[in-house]
Design a protein around this ligand. Structure first.
Ligand code: GUN
Length: 309
């Protein structure tokens, strides 16, 4: 079992040290501004968790709670004003937005160097392109790669199957795996013969959003499984969270697997905080500090013992 909750805890501790260093050495307090529109209860829980995690690491945060009926123009105006503030390093617009607002327009308005979600077209382009420009990478895929590195450092030539082609997880994680020289297949809702593909996968990233969709007996013996799914189900009259993979069956066959909850989930917020520090270094033109911080995070992945049992 890959203990993502523990890894994320160690990462937050490392980020807290980095925030102290940024203050001491550069007089910078990395700061995150989150915009949330409307009253969606789940989104408010997510945003409150982000605020709590930021506070724990010393990252400054400010939540902008906007009414459901705010206009597109007013939302874009707020983003423009945050772009212009030098004390704001990260901007995040919580999705989904109410139907009358364009999430795409909001994302494109954010300064790419402040886009801590890594969703802006410039950050997407940098991830998929050949540019050496430093950028902000999307959080969940980054979390997947970090946990993968705790199990195996060289994935060159291995077959990685990504189930899901979303712009938030599937596509960026496929690109990251490819950059590490894996042989990558992307499967999705129209894919035929999925069980056969899963049987060939040394690394499986499941990001379909369907409870226990991947059956245990599809899984190759010794495979490494990263389960991105967070699905609410009812079992024996109780509500619980399960992933996209039949966990108990997969546990028998896999070399390593992330549990749900406590696997990939906690990594997303940790990576958001990490991106806020990167964003501060990018905006203050501190490439050495950025690279040094990146090195510390890599060291954590390599030294972490994935199963704390
Ligand atoms: N809604 C659910 N997850 C996320 C996330 O990671 N970022 C944003 N901006 N909105 C979300």
């Amino acid at each position: 079992m890959i203990d993502g909750k523990e890894f994320a805890r160690q990462m937050r501790s490392l980020i807290a040290d980095e925030v102290s260093l940024a203050l001491r050495e550069y007089d910078i307090c990395p700061t995150l501004d989150v915009i949330i529109v409307g009253d969606d209860a789940a989104s408010h829980v997510y945003v409150n968790n982000k605020e709590k995690a930021a506070a724990e690491t010393g990252i400054g945060s400010h939540i902008h709670r906007l009414p459901e009926d705010i206009s597109q123009a007013a939302l874009l105006e707020l983003i423009t004003s945050l772009n212009a503030k030098s004390g704001v390093h990260g901007i995040l617009v919580q999705m989904p937005l109410p139907k009358h607002l364009s999430g795409e327009a909001a994302l494109e308005k954010i300064d790419a160097y402040k886009d801590v979600d890594g969703f802006h077209i410039v950050n997407t382009g940098t991830l998929h392109g050949a540019s050496a420009r430093r950028s902000l990478r999307p959080c969940t895929p980054s979390g997947c790669m970090m946990l993968l590195e705790t199990v195996i450092s060289d994935i060159s030539g291995l077959h990685a199957l990504v189930i899901g082609r979303s712009h938030i997880v599937g596509r960026p994680v496929a690109e990251m795996l490819l950059q590490k020289n894996a042989t990558v297949t992307i499967a999705h809702s129209r894919t035929r013969g999925l069980p056969e593909l899963v049987r060939q996968a040394d690394i499986l990233v499941a990001a379909v959003g369907i409870a226990e969709y991947v059956q245990g007996d599809w899984i190759k013996k010794g495979a490494i499984i990263l389960d991105v799914g967070i699905n609410r189900v009812e079992r024996d009259g109780k509500r619980k969270l399960v992933g996209d993979v039949d966990f108990s069956a997969a546990l028998e066959r896999a070399r390593a697997i992330t549990p749900v909850p406590g696997g990939i989930g906690p990594m997303t917020i940790a990576c958001l905080l990490q991106n806020t520090v990167y964003a501060a270094y990018l905006q203050h033109d501190l490439p050495e500090a950025y690279a040094a911080f990146e090195g510390k995070i890599k060291d954590l992945s390599h030294s972490f013992n994935p199963s704390h049992e």
